[in-house]
Design a protein around this ligand. Sequence first.
Ligand code: UD1
Ligand code: CA
Length: 476
Amino acid sequence: MMMYAPVVLAAGKGTRMRSTLPKVLHPLAGLPLLAHVLNALDGIPHTADFAPLLATLASAKPLAVVGYGASEVERVFGERCFYALQEPQLGTGHALMAARHALDTLEPQPEIVLVCYGDTPLISSEVLARLIVEHVERGATLTFLTAITGQPSDFGRVVRDADGQAREIVEMKRATGEQKLIKEVNSGVYCFERAWLWSALETLPENPAGEYYLTDLARSASEQGQTVATVSGTMSETVGINDRVQLAEAEQVMRRRVLERLMYAGVTIIDPATTYIDAHVEIGPDSVILPGTMITGKTRIGSFCRIGPGSTIDNSVLGDGCVVRNSALEEAILEEGVRMGPFSHCRPGAHLARNVRMGNFGEVKNSYVGPETDMHHFSYLGDATVGEHVNIGAGTITVNYDGVRKNRTTIGDEASIGSDTMLVAPVIVGEHATTGAGAVVTRDVPPWSIVAGVPARILRMKEPPHVSQGEDEKKE
Ligand code: UD1
Ligand code: CA
């Protein structure tokens, strides 16, 4: 079985980003640039129905060449790749030299080295697969990906001879006036025959800036009469990110892809132009996303939900049939059938159980709210545990912070909290208890009691419904 070793060059600082963050860690649709490249590598189909040849190939774990911000990059990606350090960073050719030792220790030895750049997040698994297939079928020494564009800007130009054979890649800085007009550019994805690669890298010329360009290998190979093949992709798959303008352009392409994936999977998106959804968000079929909505992070949303207009949901989990109108959620859990908004806010640790109704101008933080509980207007629950079938009157507030520490509030099942109640934590309101409007509750409220006033005192006890023996027998 033949093997290929994927290598991702990710050591550059990304000077043109003008950022302290290493370029490959800049997020695109919520994932670092490098993660998109690794996803594309992972997704290369090893199935005979894509290409019989691919089924006979095995892949090694990707090797990331890191340098600028190496420890940060390694912290983010951990075990997902193994790493080689390029220090200092003297160009893409130099970066691949830094990968040699790590690749030579692989067992079994890969015949093919597949090189990608960490700043080309739009690359697809399919185009990578096509490149490998072409490389093997042609028996090439070097195969690289190209694209045609009306705006070749700072990409390397692909120079072909009269027969159409790719001869060399000329970097923009060194291109002649005529070469600058070439519309076919190098996308920065290459397959090399490993046996040839290392010796060729040893003879790679140093350019006047003291750098080694990987792209010069195209000329080395063609001068030696080796087979140089190319595969053409589309610009929208292959564009490299060098600055924040290109980052924004790539974001648009990626966003459209994410929205299309969801729409084909059964999600209605009323206005894709104003809907922003991160790459790894999951949404169930027959959910509807209304305009002006942003869904980010590792959010999972069930089926038959209605989200928006104007909602932001980050790193949250929503069950089936939830409605979130003009509201914001962060690290929250909504079980099935929860309705919230307009204009409410669930902060980290908010957990609303089945069929909770949280109306307008409410905030819940670090609290569990039990099933079927209603909290319709202007309330704040922080550090609270609320039972089921509770009614939280308008303007109820858990006074959870005493200036030193956060204290918990517990409200039992079927309790009824009157409008404008202040629950001065730590405090427990027993099940079936009622607080009067404007009560300031400073002490625990016994079950089945009615309290009112400032501070709240017991007015009387309620009569629990009496269940007689006879009735119980009738039910059986
Ligand atoms: C490179 C190509 C260019 C191609 C374009 C496609 C070269 C010389 N040029 O140009 O032909 O059209 O990509 O996007 O390869 N890197 C390192 N170590 C280094 C330098 C760079 O690991 O010393 C990494 C960077 O992190 C980056 C990638 O290599 O992910 C590409 O480097 P970059 O400087 O962006 O190359 P381009 O100028 O875009
Ligand atoms: Ca680049």
